[in-house]
Design a protein around this ligand. Structure first.
Ligand SMILES: C[S@@+](CC[C@H](N)C(=O)[O-])C[C@H]1O[C@@H](n2cnc3c(N)ncnc32)[C@H](O)[C@@H]1O
Length: 278
C-alpha cells in the first residue's frame, strides 16, 4: 500500500511532538532517523560502508559513473551517494510530499514514475523499493549495466516479492544484510523512551531477527571486476563513520553481528559481511 500524503503529514506532526518532548535527550537527533525513517533518514539502515560499496561498484563500470536511485523519497541516502558519485540522481513519484510539507526538492531529484519514465541509460540503478503488486524490472533492465537492490525480508518488492533480476540478462554478484530499521527502532524505544527494566530490554533484544537484504546484479562482463573491487574494499577501514552509526553500535548492530533468532542466520556471515556469488 503506497503512502497517502495524509499519513506523511500525521507522521510530521508526531515528529514535531517527539522533538518538543525529547529535545533535551542526549542523541535524540540521531535517534530520529530510526524512529521516523522516511522523514529523517531512510527505510534501510545503512553505514558509510554501504555507500562506499555502491560507489566502488559504480566505478567498475565507468570513471565518472551515472546512477539513479528509484523511489528516493527525500533523498537521504542519495545525498550520501552523491558525495562519491556527483552525477547521481533520484526519481521520486510523489511531488506532493515535497510541496505539501514545504520540503526542498533538489534539482537532482526528478519527479517521475519509474514504471514509464526512466528516460536515459545509467551505469547503475538502485532500487530501494517496489510497491507490492507493481513490477517494472523489465523497464529497469533496459536502462542499466548494474542493479543494486535492498528490500526487507518481508518482501515488499514487486509481484510475488520479486526483486530478483536473473532472467533479465543479469547475474547476481554479491549480497549482504543490514539490520531492519524496525529492530533498531524497537531497541531505541525500549532502551530510552519506555520505563522497562534493563533485563526486559535485554530479553526483548533477543527477539530481533528482521533484516534487509542487499543484492548486487550486473551484466556478466562486470561481474569479476565488481567482486575484485568489493574484496579490496572490504579490507579497508572506513574513516569517520556517519554520526548515526554510534547508535547502531550501542544497540548491538555492529558489523559482523550475527542475528540470533532466525535459524538460517546461524550460517550467515553476519551483518554487513559480503557473501560473493560464484
Ligand atoms: C518506502 S519509501 C522509501 C523512500 C526512501 N528510499 C527511503 O529509504 O526512505 C518508497 C518511495 O518510493 C516512491 N515510489 C513508489 N513507487 C515509485 C515509482 N514507481 N517510481 C518512483 N518512485 C516511486 C514512493 O513515493 C516513496 O517515496
Amino acid at each position: 500500500m503506497p503512502f497517502l500524503i495524509d499519513d506523511i503529514i500525521s507522521a510530521q506532526k508526531e515528529l514535531d511532538r517527539f522533538r518538543s518532548t525529547f529535545h533535551k535527550h542526549k542523541n535524540s537527533v540521531d535517534h530520529e532517523r530510526f524512529i521516523f525513517p522516511f522523514l529523517c533518514g531512510s527505510y534501510f539502515t545503512y553505514r558509510k560502508i554501504d555507500v562506499e560499496r555502491i560507489a566502488s561498484i559504480a566505478k567498475t563500470v565507468s570513471k565518472d559513473p551515472t546512477y539513479l536511485d528509484i523511489g528516493c523519497g527525500y533523498g537521504d541516502f542519495l545525498e550520501k551517494v552523491r558525495q562519491y558519485l556527483p552525477n547521481a540522481e533520484g526519481m521520486e513519484k510523489s511531488a506532493e510530499m515535497f510541496f505539501k510539507l514545504g520540503r526542498y526538492k533538489p534539482d537532482y531529484i526528478k519527479i517521475g514514475d519509474a514504471y514509464n519514465e526512466i528516460e536515459k541509460k545509467y551505469d547503475v540503478i538502485f532500487v530501494g523499493w517496489m510497491e507490492p503488486g507493481v513490477d517494472y524490472r523489465d523497464k529497469i533492465a533496459k536502462k542499466t549495466e548494474v542493479i543494486i537492490t535492498t528490500f526487507d525480508k518481508g518482501g515488499q518488492c514487486g509481484i510475488n516479492g520479486g526483486c530478483e533480476f536473473e532472467g533479465f540478462g543479469y547475474e547476481r554478484v554479491a549480497s549482504w544484510i543490514t539490520p531492519s530499521w524496525i529492530d533498531v527502532n524497537t531497541e531505541l524505544m525500549n532502551r530510552y523512551y519506555s520505563k522497562i527494566s534493563d533485563e526486559t530490554v535485554k530479553s526483548l533484544s533477543e527477539l530481533r531477527g528482521a533484516h534487509n537484504l542487499w543484492y548486487v546484479y550486473s551484466k556478466p562482463k562486470y561481474k569479476e571486476g565488481i567482486k575484485e573491487k568489493l574484496r579490496r574494499q572490504e579490507k579497508n577501514q572506513v574513516d569517520l563513520p556517519y554520526p548515526h552509526e554510534k547508535i547502531l553500535d550501542e544497540c548491538g548492530f555492529e558489523v559482523g553481528e550475527l542475528l540470533r533468532v532466525s535459524p538460517s542466520s546461524q550460517s550467515s556471515p553476519g551483518l554487513w559481511k559480503i557473501n560473493f556469488d560464484i
